[in-house]
Design a protein around this ligand. Sequence first.
Ligand code: SF4
Length: 607
Amino acid sequence: MNGYAGTILRVNLTTGEIRKEPYDPQVARDFLGGRGLGIYTLYNEVPAGTDPLGPENKLIASTGPLSGLLVPGAGKMDWTTKSPLTGGYASASVGGHLTAELKYAGYDSIILEGASDKPVYLFIEDDKIELRDAADLWGKGSMTTEEILKKRLGEDFQIATIGPGGENLVKYACITTDYGRQAGRGGVGAVMGSKKLKAIAVRGTQTIPVADPDRFWDLSHEMYRACKESEALEAWQRYGTTIVTSWCDEVGALPTRNFQQGSFEEGPNLYGQVMRDKIVITDKGCFGCPSPCGKYSYSKKHGVFVEGPEYETIALCGSNAGLSDIEDVAYVNYLMDELGIDTISAGNAIAFAMECFEKGILGPEDTDGLDLRFGNAEAVFAMSERIARREGLGDLLAEGVKAAAERLGQGSADFAIQVKGMEQSGYETHSATSMLLAYMTADVGAHHNRAWAITYDLEVGRDRVAPDKVAKVIELQHIRPLFDALGACRLQWVELSIDVTAYAPMMAAITGIERSWQDLLKISERIWNLTRLYWFREAEAFGRAWDYPPPRFYKEPATGGPTEGQLTTLDAAMQLLDMYYEQRGWDEEGRPTAAKVAELGLSELVG
Ligand code: SF4
């Protein structure tokens, strides 16, 4: 199997049994790898109705056919599971060096099943695989654990860890690697914690077979040259994702005080340029990356080193909580990374609680005296700890904003900014219909990485409701998640504008299977539809109602900034959904039709 290690590792945490299984070449053809292999395995192996935090759930870590090879950013790994946050499909992508190392050790994927009765970590060194005692690591922070294991095992080991958030089953706990890269969304860290698996340490020394090394070498050089010659490279490398902070603030897309508006009066203090001058020490990249977007920083004010903050953290833990000092945001970033909780969901949860506090839904008696008003950095620090340790109000917020609003009532569901139970990432969508639709229909919940459509909104008219705006979302939902199946980074295409169709000949040179770019997109569509069918199987009464936008965006106009007074009516949102379902070949509830299922070759799989 060119491009693949050819072996899947199955680890049963209940029995301690470790098995190596051959990777079915037909599955690799039909689903590529990464998130494709993840949903194929989840759909087939995890019974309907499984408790996400029970031993029957599985956590599937998968590389892709590009991972570990000389392809720009080929260091991406996907973690798929049934989400404890949403009760549906979860897939979290992470960069770094773990992916390449796993393939060098001889494995394309690890399927973790069962649950240990005591803390363990998984040790992998080529053929030597063991579950080792982790009692001394339990309770320790994510990055601290990585440091300890590297000292113990050697710097060559690549390590994934959970922090106290994962141990305490915070519904949006993450998995950390590379001292600050996160598989962040959907609670994959809580599933790892439910299995009492503290860490995975991997070292490998083998090679990955390539079908046509000469052709691959030429195409690889060409791709790297295109990255190097891109006019966008210098600014991207200098600022990484923080390059968009100022743009979002200016156009009214920067979530501010729990998405009440899209522009922050103190936003300039958080811009990428300020951050670069004030706290960034150096750049940091994933395996094989020619354009490292990671910014490694030091906050003198708080005395901590941290990778970041990147844009999403600045948006959700900065402006959205009313914080205006980049050093405070860097410290929140450090705390949440070490505690092992997703900065996007946790930032949302804290901002939601702040709004509840300001509206009198929560009082000092609920916060143990904490003054939980927007802009109070000390309160954000304290709440980060309390969420991860499930203390006081933190225990409620650890369930996510949807569950918290259901418990608190008093109209708070209107400003719980979530879709399908997942908190929305960093784009304010009172008036950005493509981006709003992208959030409504993303297959994990309100996450931007499936379709970053906000620039299209600005280009063609942000509040238009028209078929082209829907088509753009679907186009992006096929291209962007394809990278999560290939095991590579999409940002060289998104930010440096390299030719995305070049990935087709690259895949052919590696795997020996000639497929066009359209063929690859069709596989991505197959994966997308299977994730949708998974939702229908797992979530009660799943359908259109699950695709509704957060009420704030259709009930309350934006309160300030360039979009002040604007909103997207519920009627407009429903029109978008009608067009979306029709263009996708789904029925009026958003279920893939039998014809679409057959067209994508999924009939046998889904029955
Ligand atoms: Fe990793 Fe950023 Fe490079 Fe992508 S652009 S491979 S996320 S460092």
